[in-house]
Write a protein that binds this ligand. Structure first.
Ligand code: ATP
Ligand code: MG
Length: 380
């Protein structure tokens, strides 16, 4: 698929913008702070309903405005679809597909797929476990949008269970306060086991693409791998770390057992200590973990490798390319890495590239060119 047109209204620094793209490569060039990333952030938001830069919606709306609107025309196999999203901070967002308003913005997921690589992705390697969990869960949703509902169900159950644990800490009659806990355990284990299962399968499917992508970017043979670090009880966690994918039923039973084991500490601390929200993915180069060991360039290549692998996985899964977005990537790479990346992405259906210095982008990738100056975009 590719984006034919992107229209912004009061999004970030743009009062309004209307961009037309062709399939193939488009490059947005402009000095720092002129609004290049804002454009690709809008596209990423439309595809995933979240920004790669901020957790809240408020910064996405142009200062002084109370609503942002992002629209796109997406073309797939000669067929055009129009997507529209109103971003209303503090109120519900509203989405429209073609002429039909959607009940929930979530129903927009799947109509546009993007894989976005940005400098912020260095946090995938160097940052907290939450960064890697988000990578996995976002990719799950990009692959199968129905996971968005499971993710949100899990978050809701977790919140309620944590509230119960917190109340029990201060309640005069702890026993009574905890009486409904087993019901929440069952809910949490059911939804949580499915989520863990899906993540494990995803990692297993991603692995071969990751190894290839890392080696291609870095022109080496480095054995880039991932190991899932589970918060479930020890034997099960070891099994999972060894790359096994247990049945959902086994994971669910293991989840309940792990919750029982952690009952005391959970009540003492008033939080849920077991589940996908406590898990991590260890990124490794050979036997060494990337975090704390990999050089800056290796970390960068690993983050890029993860995104390229995600792109390849979606391409093979869905039989159609997601839109590949490379925000500010070339400036960070040496000449060899630039050339190899250009070769890797040359056959993607659409690639959107941003760069502060146009010359940093290899000649072979120039394609359509846009100049970005102070919140306005013009075709060069
Ligand atoms: N909500 C907002 N309202 C108005 N302006 C905003 C808003 N959010 C961000 N900006 C402005 O957008 C500009 C940043 O745009 P962006 O991040 O797209 O720049 P860029 O071209 O990618 O720069 P760089 O090359 O440094 O990455 C900043 O000047 C910032 O002040
Ligand atoms: Mg930028």
């Amino acid at each position: 698929m590719f984006v034919r047109r992107l229209i912004l209204q009061d999004f970030r620094s743009y009062a309004s913008a209307d961009l037309e793209f062709d399939a193939g490569v488009s490059t947005l060039v402009g000095l720092n702070g002129q609004g290049k990333t804002n454009v690709v952030e809008a596209l990423g938001y439309l595809a995933s309903l979240s920004s790669h830069r901020v957790a809240q919606d408020a910064p996405l709306v142009r200062a002084g405005a109370d609503q942002a609107v992002v629209q796109a025309v997406v073309e797939r196999d000669g067929h055009q679809t129009q997507l529209q999203l109103e971003i209303n901070p503090g109120r519900s967002n509203r989405a429209q597909l073609g002429r039909s308003p959607l009940t929930r913005p979530r129903d927009l997921l799947g109509s546009l797929r993007t894989v976005l690589f940005a400098p912020e992705d260095l946090a995938l390697v160097k940052g907290d476990p939450s960064e890697r969990r988000r990578f996995l869960d976002d990719l799950l949703v990009a692959r199968q949008p129905r996971w968005a509902a499971a993710r949100s169900d899990y978050d809701k159950i977790l919140k309620q269970r944590n509230a119960l644990l917190k109340n029990a800490r201060t309640a005069a009659d702890r026993g009574a306060a905890l009486a409904t806990l087993p019901v929440w355990d069952t809910h949490l284990a059911q939804v949580g086991a499915n989520l863990v299962y899906a993540r494990l399968r995803l990692l297993r499917d991603l692995q071969p693409y990751l190894r290839l992508a890392y080696d291609e970017v870095s022109a080496g043979q480095s054995d880039a791998r991932t190991t899932y670090r589970s918060s479930l009880y020890d034997e099960l966690a070891e099994q999972v770390a060894a790359g096994e994918v247990p049945d959902v039923a086994d994971l669910e039973a293991g989840f309940v057992k792990s919750l029982e084991q952690q009952r005391g500490p959970e009540v003492d601390r008033g939080i849920t200590l077991v589940g996908p929200h406590r898990d991590d993915v260890v990124l490794q180069l050979g036997a060494l973990p990337a975090k704390g060991y990999a050089s800056h360039g290796e970390s960068w290549s690993f983050a890029l490798g993860l995104r390229i692998a995600a792109f390849q996985l979606l391409r093979h899964d869905l039989g159609s390319d997601p839109v590949l977005v490379l925000d500010d990537v070339f400036a960070e790479l040496d000449a060899g890495r630039r050339r190899r990346l250009a070769l890797m992405v040359g056959d993607c259906e659409q690639v959107l590239i941003t760069a502060a210095v146009g010359e940093d982008v290899p000649e072979s990738l120039h394609g359509g060119r846009f100049t970005v100056t102070l919140g306005s975009v013009t075709k060069a």
